[in-house]
Design a binder for this molecule. Structure first.
Ligand SMILES: [Zn+2]
Length: 406
């Protein structure tokens, strides 16, 4: 068994392990050979065996992988998965050690002062908007964008599909043309689901297609929806290129897409920067307000996750915080909790509890500043080629090295 094969095998077995314990596999997508598919591999390995396999894989990687970026990428991913195993096997790990271990970024609370500055900005934007207080104004603003009943039905059965085809075209015309390259795209199917901890999810199915699910337990807002569609489509695009790279190189590790690694920081970062990549017009007055509100929601979401997981605060205290400082409705605050809470409704460990950091940090500390630099230096074609055609750039561990040329 070569190093890449060992890597895939251990990733998939860890996927089976996390699925058994939490109901969620860390293998987010797999499009490799059948004999290494998670379904054909053991779901019964003990943590001792998994840790042993991880260590053997580390050694094999060191011996066999020559490309330094590829090696660093794979080592980083495996370190993260080692942390997943440690965490779920009950090792005494603090939340901050967990976030650092998984994503190779530091867990940092946002100061209330910084949040206040963003609130001031939003207050100015909504100055002439009707309402007694900022809370009232934001509730009204949210209500106005809400989609329910027939409009929602039409959206889910018809409109989403049309919009996603349009976004696919935008990627081809504005980015792939610039790169002078193309990738097969068999499109995205949309599906409405309930009873899940997230708002939207891109399931990459392989063979260049995806299933995007939207959680209809949450209230639908046409303003947010636009961002969600771009976000989820970018995940699809990034996996298209990954699958193409796998088929070209036959580097097995590209066929497995793990959650909870340095990859996720970049993946969520690029997804949250997709609208910038495509220069989607942002001058609509509702989008301007939303762009001021989003960082407040993201920062308070991260702070609430720290309250719950690090500071031992109660769910009710976190909900209050999300309402008071994040300007959410109680309903929205309660929905957010299911993503960041240490345990699920059924009392299992919530695998997603540390994940919230990837979005904001991925965009702010990695992808967006690099994108701005690429614009300023007039090197966008090379920038996009690095992101999409070099899959080993896509980790918080390798990002800076991959962009050293810039
Ligand atoms: Zn995402």
């Amino acid at each position: 068994m070569n190093a890449a094969e060992r890597f895939v095998r251990v990733c998939c077995e860890i996927g089976n392990f996390t699925e058994k314990l939490t109901g969620v596999s860390v293998v987010d997508a797999y499009f490799g050979p059948e004999e290494l598919h998670p379904k054909t591999l053991s779901a019964e390995k003990s943590t001792t065996d998994l840790v042993h396999d991880i260590h053997q894989t580390f050694d094999a990687l060191h011996d066999e992988i020559d490309d330094p970026l590829r090696l660093e990428y794979m080592m980083g991913e495996l370190h993260s998965l080692n942390a997943v195993v440690d965490w779920l096997s009950g090792k005494d790990i603090t939340y901050s050690e967990l976030v650092e271990g998984l994503f190779h970024i530091s867990m940092k609370k946002f100061s209330e002062n910084e949040i206040d500055k963003n609130i001031e900005l939003l207050t100015d934007l909504l100055q002439s908007y009707p309402g007694d207080s900022l809370h009232d104004k934001i509730q009204r603003f949210g209500k106005e964008g809400e989609i329910t009943g027939d409009a929602l039905q039409h959206l889910l059965t018809d409109e989403l599909q049309k919009q996603s085809i349009k976004i696919g075209q935008e990627f081809r015309e504005k980015i792939f043309t610039l790169m002078g390259a193309s990738v097969p795209d068999n499109g995205v199917q949309y599906e409405a689901v309930r009873d899940v901890p997230w708002g939207g999810y891109n399931w990459y199915l392989g063979e260049f297609k995806s299933l995007n699910q939207l959680n209809i337990d949450r209230r639908f807002n046409k303003d947010n929806l636009q961002s969600t569609l771009y976000h989820e489509y970018e995940h699809h695009v990034s996996n298209l290129w990954r699958e193409k790279a796998f088929l070209n190189t036959r580097n097995l590790e590209l066929a497995v897409v793990p959650l909870h690694t340095g990859r996720c920081v970049i993946s969520e970062g690029t997804a949250d920067t997709a609208k910038d990549f495509l220069s989607v017009s942002e001058d609509d007055s509702r989008i301007v307000v939303l762009n001021a509100l989003t960082p407040i929601r993201q920062m308070t979401g991260i702070n609430a996750a720290i309250l719950l997981n690090d500071e031992g605060k109660s769910v009710e205290e976190a909900i209050e915080y999300l309402i008071n400082r994040g300007y959410r409705t109680r309903e929205a605050a309660e929905a957010s909790i299911s993503f960041i809470s240490p345990t699920t409704k059924t009392g299992k460990i919530n695998l997603f509890a540390p994940y919230i950091f990837t979005y904001f940090i991925g965009r702010r500390d990695f992808v967006h500043p690099s994108f701005l630099k690429a614009v300023q230096k007039d090197v966008l074609p090379e920038f996009f080629k690095t992101i999409y055609m070099n899959p080993y750039s896509g980790s918080s561990v390798t990002w800076n090295k991959a962009f050293e040329w810039m």
